[in-house]
Design a protein around this ligand. Structure first.
Ligand code: ARG
Length: 417
C-alpha cells in the first residue's frame, strides 16, 4: 500500500504543483486539507481542483469560528502585536492549520504531513513545530524547501504534467489572508524606501477615496472579548467582517512594517487589518478604565512576550498556557463599551464606559463634589520622596543656582561637547 501524506492546500501554484510532486517523489497518495479561515477564496472550488490534480481525497474545514474563538480573540485579550504593530493574522492561523493537518493525518492513516512554506520564512517554523509537538511521530515535508524550482520552472512542471494552474491575477505580490488580516510582500515592496503602490491594497480605501463624513462605531466587550457592535449582540465572524468592511471603507488598517523574522532576516511587510487595528485600539482603551495601574503595567510585558511566542511558532508550549492563564484572569473585568470615530484613515477612541470602571469622577474632578483628600497628599509626598530629600541634604547635587551656568556652557560649545 502506498503511504499517505496530508498536504495543507491553499489552491495556489506552489501547493498545486506539490500535489503531483509529492505523489511522484514519495510514491504516495496525497490527501489535501483546505481550511476556510475567511481568506475569501471558495474553498469548495479549491478542493475540487485538488481532486482534479490527483489528490485521493480533499478535506475542507470551515475553521473561522475556531480561529476567532481560540486563537484571535485570546491574542486580542493579550494585546499581542508583534513589535508593537503586526496583529499576527498569519502567525495565529498556522498552529490551527497544523492542528487540522494532524487530525486529518489520524483520520486518513497518514504518516506524514506537508506544507507549502519556503525555507526563508516564519511559517515553516510555525508549521513544523506545531506538528512535531502535536504528534512527534509524523514526518513533516516541505516540498518548496526541497525542490528549488523557480516560478517559471514550476509553471513548466505544471505544463508538462498537465497540472491545472490556478488563474492568478497579474499582481507580482505574495499574499496571505484570513479574516484577521492580509499580508502583502515581494515585488516593489522589497525596497523599504518605496511607497506601496495602491494595487497592493484590497481591503482598505486610499485616503482620497474615503467618505468625507466620519463614522462612529460602538464596540462592546465582555472580559476582553468583543461581543457587540452599536449595542447589537454580534457573533465573532459577523463582528470582525463588519469591522473589516466599515473601517476598511474609511481607510483604516494599513500597516507598513519592517519586521524581524525569526530566521534573522528583516522583511518589509504591508498589512491590511482594519478590524484588528480597531479592536486592539478599542480593547486597550477599555483596559485603561478597568485595569489597575499595576495590572496594566505588568500586562505590557506579558503582551510583548505573548506576541513574540506566537510569532516565533511556540503556540503549543507550556509557557503559552501559563501566559494565557494570566491573561484570562487579568481580563475578567475588561467589560464595557468603547466608541471610536473612523475618518480619513484613522481610528480614534472618543469614549469608553464600563460597569466595573475604576475611574471615579468624584476623585478626579476639579469641580464641586471633589472627594479627594488634598491634605493626605502632603504626608504621601513626604514619605514618597524621603530618600531624595535626605540625599539632597547630605550629597552634593546640582543646585538651582548652577543651572544658568550649565545651560550657558552648552550653548557656547554645542550640546554634548
Ligand atoms: N510576515 C508575516 C508573518 O510572518 C506574514 C507572513 C505571510 N506568509 C506568507 N506565506 N505569505 O507572520
Amino acid at each position: 500500500m502506498p503511504r499517505k501524506i496530508v498536504l495543507a492546500y491553499s489552491g495556489g501554484l506552489d501547493t498545486s504543483v506539490a500535489i503531483h510532486w509529492l505523489s511522484a517523489r514519495y510514491d504516495a497518495e496525497v490527501v489535501t486539507l483546505t481550511a476556510d479561515l475567511g481568506q475569501g477564496r471558495d474553498v469548495q472550488q479549491v478542493s475540487e481542483r485538488a481532486l482534479r490534480i490527483g489528490a485521493v481525497a480533499a478535506e475542507v474545514v470551515d475553521a473561522r469560528d475556531m480561529f476567532l474563538r481560540y486563537f484571535v480573540f485570546p491574542a486580542l485579550q493579550a494585546g499581542a502585536l508583534y513589535e508593537g504593530q503586526y496583529p499576527l493574522a498569519t502567525a495565529l492561523a498556522r498552529p490551527l492549520i497544523a492542528f487540522l493537518l494532524v487530525e486529518a493525518a489520524r483520520k486518513h492513516g497518514a504518516d506524514a504531513v506537508a506544507h507549502g512554506c519556503t525555507g526563508k520564512g516564519n511559517d515553516q517554523v510555525r508549521f513544523d513545530l506545531a506538528v512535531q509537538t502535536l504528534n512527534p511521530h509524523l514526518e513533516v515535508i516541505a516540498p518548496i524547501r526541497e525542490w528549488s524550482m523557480t516560478r517559471d520552472q514550476e509553471l513548466a512542471y505544471a505544463a508538462k504534467h498537465g497540472i491545472e494552474v490556478p488563474v492568478t491575477s497579474e499582481k507580482p505580490y505574495s499574499v496571505d489572508a484570513n479574516i484577521w488580516g492580509r499580508s502583502i510582500e515581494s515585488g516593489v515592496l522589497e525596497d523599504p524606501a518605496v511607497e506601496p503602490p495602491e494595487d497592493v491594497f484590497e481591503w482598505t480605501a486610499p485616503i482620497e477615496r474615503t467618505p468625507p463624513q466620519p463614522a462612529r462605531v460602538r464596540i462592546g466587550f465582555e472580559s476582553g472579548v468583543p461581543v457587540s457592535i452599536d449595542g447589537e449582540p454580534c457573533g465573532g465572524i459577523a463582528l470582525v467582517e463588519t469591522l473589516n468592511a466599515l473601517a476598511g471603507h474609511h481607510g483604516v488598517g494599513r500597516i507598513d512594517h519592517v519586521e524581524n523574522r525569526l530566521v534573522g532576516i528583516k522583511s518589509r511587510e504591508i498589512y491590511e487589518a482594519p478590524a484588528a487595528v480597531v479592536l486592539h485600539q478599542a480593547h486597550a482603551a477599555l483596559e485603561t478604565l478597568t485595569l489597575t495601574r499595576d495590572a496594566a503595567r505588568f500586562k505590557q510585558d506579558v503582551a510583548a512576550a505573548y506576541a513574540e511566542l506566537i510569532y516565533n511558532g511556540k503556540w503549543f508550549s507550556s509557557l503559552h498556557q501559563d501566559l494565557m492563564a494570566f491573561v484570562q484572569s487579568n481580563q475578567r473585568h475588561v467589560s464595557g463599551d468603547v466608541v471610536l470615530k473612523l475618518h480619513r484613515g484613522t481610528a480614534r477612541v472618543v469614549g469608553r464606559t464600563s460597569p466595573v470602571s475604576l475611574y471615579s469622577k468624584e476623585l478626579a474632578t476639579y469641580d464641586t463634589g471633589d472627594t479627594f483628600d488634598h491634605r493626605a497628599a502632603v504626608g504621601f509626598i513626604r514619605l514618597y520622596g524621603l530618600d531624595m530629600v535626605q540625599q539632597a541634604r547630605t550629597q552634593r547635587l546640582p543646585l538651582a543656582s548652577d543651572l544658568p551656568r550649565l545651560a550657558a556652557r552648552e550653548t557656547e560649545s554645542g550640546p554634548g561637547a
